[in-house]
Each structure stands twice: as C-alpha cells, then as structure tokens.
Write a protein that binds this ligand. Structure first.
Ligand SMILES: [Zn+2]
Length: 98
C-alpha cells in the first residue's frame, strides 16, 4: 500500500489560514521582502526572471501548517509556485528552467 503522498501535518483552521495570508500581504510590503525580491532570482529553480515576476512562496505552505515568517517565505517564479502548490520542499523538486 502506498503512503499518502501529501499527509497534512497539522490540522489548520480557516482562522489561521486567514491570519497567515494577512501576514503575507504585510510582509510583501516590507523592505526586507522588496530587497529579497529585487535580486530577481527564483529560490527554487534559479531562473533570473526579474523582481516583478517573482511571487512569495511559503516553503511549508500555510495550509500545511506553515507560518508567514522570514524563514518560511522565498521568492519563486510563477511556474515553480504553480507546480509546487501545497507540497513541502521535501515532496517536490523544481524543474530546470532557462
Ligand atoms: Zn522557479
């Protein structure tokens, strides 16, 4: 029998999800994030896509119990973010891009 490919680590309620998303909106406006994003490079695949094309990705997704902290968010290109979705870094590997 195959193990569940995406076990939820902790139950996450709507209130926590909303709170973490609100924190993410705030963190996106911070100088720390703008500086990180200005490097223009995807944390996962290393593609140099430019600051405007980078999204904020939670390494441990909010829905999996991840928090919006500087240690848990990285700039990611849209293809990586879309591809990773709600997986943990240990469950997913970026494709080579560009
Ligand atoms: Zn990428």
């Amino acid at each position: 029998m195959m193990p569940d490919p995406a076990p939820f680590l902790v139950p996450v309620d709507d209130r926590q999800i909303r709170a973490e998303r609100a924190k993410a909106r705030e963190l996106r406006r911070s100088a720390w994030w703008k500086n990180k994003r200005s490097q223009g490079r995807c944390h996962y695949c290393g593609a140099d896509v430019g600051a405007a094309a980078l999204t904020m990705d939670h390494k441990v997704p909010i829905i999996r119990g991840g928090r919006t902290t500087r240690g848990n968010v990285v700039p990611a290109c849209k293809p990586c973010n879309d591809d990773k979705k709600h997986r943990l870094p240990s469950e997913w590997a970026p494709q080579e891009r560009g």
